[in-house]
Design a protein around this ligand. Structure first.
Ligand code: 5CA
Ligand code: ZN
Length: 421
């Protein structure tokens, strides 16, 4: 699927070191030094109610990583999915009387516009689930062959055209642990009661009768009346959630890629199970680093489509907000921290933007700050698990003293922080 326009990212003299990134699985920082190119997969949107500041913040975190990798001289393969078929999307479509495909298309287009407005680097592979249904169905067949998938009969699904009764397909966690290097909990490090709680909250069905383990996740949902479905070797139906990301990531990036990213609401079950499916398919781990961004809240709760407490990027820009100020407001928090949006974030960021613009404008006088030295400090802050608050503080200090080469510093702010002054 078409992504959006690349922002222009200036090249800078010198190099950043390889960024170190916090890994959820091991609880340590890992230096991302690939042997060839770096490979990044970031979980994309479910296209309804896009794009709120929580989405923007998560994609901005990985945009910062991409900029750091580029500045370090690495070439990057970047893939992102679009969950354009899933229960929440279908529920919203039927609640509002809109065709689900039209809803998805319009929200994907809005997401593209918002990402472009915010100068976020697009994925090279931007893949909607509906583009890869056959590949996902084939992957489910492979999981059957490997003995890690099983059927659970349903009483409300539609039979296949040949009359064969359709059934849902589940992933057998215990079997996958026997045949692959993956172990449940390796990524999330959660205990079973917490897993059960989160599984039920986040799209899982622990109570479903006929499953071998309450935590076994759905791989393929048999066709139901009134729901979209596709014919396939597994039977007519549609993919479960986690398998989409395993298949798209393996297809576009191969196994054991550099970083799997997304918001921390995806750690369990989504990323844990995606890693399990991928390991059962490839025999190898999904990724080397499992990276997660903190949740942005608003009015006391996580900003989310289901709660409805959304601040949309498009609403802010329609109100006249400068997209660069939105970026700066988001970058003023460390990507792993949880924080609450307030209106003052935007006014503070606008004031900061005005100060920076004046200090590093074409007509700004040079000052005593050694541009190369400050640039290296900014690079080091970002390479240190994307410490953008420290990077911003360094730019603030440089704006106070002035730098020897304002034009170069302006390019650095553009290349590393995506703010064109
Ligand atoms: N389509 C799935 C992933 S395969 C999904 O989670 N879609 S989403 O639209 O709900 O979220 C898109 C991305 O934004 C995910 O990485 C999610 O973790 C992140 N996200 C959602 N809400 C927030 C929030 N309040 N703060 C930070 N990131 C968020
Ligand atoms: Zn995903």
């Amino acid at each position: 699927m078409r992504a959006w326009k690349q922002p222009v990212v200036p090249s800078l003299p010198g190099r950043s070191g390889a960024p170190r990134l916090f890994d959820t699985a091991t609880g340590t920082e890992i230096t991302t030094t690939p042997t060839d190119a770096v490979r990044l997969y970031v979980c994309g949107i479910t296209p309804y109610d896009a794009t709120h500041l929580g989405h923007a913040s998560t994609y901005l975190a990985y945009d910062t990583l991409l900029r750091a990798w580029r500045d370090a001289g690495f070439s990057v393969h970047y893939a992102q999915n679009i969950t354009d078929i899933d229960d929440p999307l279908l529920e919203r479509a039927s609640a509002t009387g809109v065709d689900w495909q039209e809803l998805a298309e319009s929200q994907i287009e809005l997401f593209r516009t918002d990402m472009e407005t915010l100068s976020i680097i697009p994925p090279y592979h931007f893949v909607a689930v509906t583009e890869v249904i056959d590949d996902i169905a084939e992957a489910v067949c492979t999981l059957f062959d490997a003995g890690v998938a099983y059927r659970v009969s349903t009483d409300d699904s539609l039979p296949a055209p040949d009359g064969t009764p359709a059934s849902d397909v589940y992933f057998d966690i215990a079997a996958a642990e026997r045949v692959s290097p993956w172990r449940l909990g390796d990524e999330s490090n959660l205990d079973r009661p917490t897993m059960l709680e989160l599984f039920a909250e986040r799209g899982g069905d622990p109570e479903r009768e006929g499953k071998r383990d309450a935590l076994d996740p759905l791989l393929w949902r048999a066709a139901r009346a009134g729901e979209p479905s596709w014919p396939s070797r597994v039977g007519p139906g549609r993919p479960g959630w986690h398998i989409e990301c395993s298949v798209i990531a393996l297809q576009e990036l191969g196994a054991d890629f550099t970083v799997q990213g997304g918001g921390c609401d995806l750690i369990f079950p989504h990323h844990e199970m995606s890693a399990g499916h991928a390991a059962a398919l490839s025999g190898r781990p999904l990724a080397g680093v499992f990276s997660h961004a903190g949740m942005v809240g608003y009015k006391g709760e996580k900003m989310s489509k289901s709660v409805g407490n959304l601040v949309l990027v498009s609403a802010l820009t329609a109100d006249g907000a400068d997209p660069r100020a939105i970026r700066l407001a988001l970058l003023s928090h460390h990507y792993r921290s949880a924080w609450e949006w307030t209106e003052s974030h935007l006014s503070d960021a606008s004031a900061r933007l005005a100060t920076w613009s004046a200090a590093f404008s074409a007509s700004a006088p040079a000052g005593p700050g050694d541009t190369t030295a400050v640039l290296q400090e900014v690079r080091e802050a970002i390479a240190n698990d994307l410490d953008t608050p420290s990077a911003l503080a360094l730019v603030d200090a440089a704006a106070q003293t002035g730098v020897t080469d304002p034009a170069l510093f302006r390019s650095a702010v553009d290349a590393l922080l995506g703010i064109e002054l």
